[in-house]
Write a protein that binds this ligand. Sequence first.
Ligand code: AMP
Length: 173
Amino acid sequence: MTPEQLAARIRTIPDFPKPGIVFRDITTLLRDPEAYAAAIDAMSAPIKLWKPDMIIGIESRGFIFGAPIARDLGIGFVPVRKLGKLPADTISIEYDLEYGKNVLEIHRDALKPGERVVIVDDVLATGGTVAGTLRLVEQLGAEVVGISFLAELPALGGRARLPDGIVSAIIPF
Ligand code: AMP
């Protein structure tokens, strides 16, 4: 399935969750089993070359793509979650969203120093969420060797906030 065919399965909702935001809704892609599998395969290809020890999924749509990728690669999965959801000792970070502010957390013992990790989310918008996640992972001493998205909104300039050469996005909108 080509990136254009995958893009055609993502629904566009204008003015959600606020006026002026053009929301890319992946639920229409997920209910098509061929498209969901093709999206996982397309995202996995560059991730395999980065040879990660662990996949980091960002709540909640990063879980939908990150967990099956971790399963395909035979490696572990670590969730980064919104404030107050993780039960054990955590570290946290506050960051700016395209539409608001948020706090993300990771378990303090989720990553070991030197582990190679790839961060996964569905959509790269302003890059604030993933830049915050990157800092969390680095605070634990792990090495971010790649960042993978299904889709990217290049007009919002998120890629410029991230390290050069380690960002993959299958669909540019
Ligand atoms: P950002 O921090 O601005 O890169 O936003 C990324 C997070 O918000 C991702 O987890 C996306 O799922 C979600 N998001 C932001 N903007 C959009 C959008 N226009 N369409 C779909 N998801 C979005």
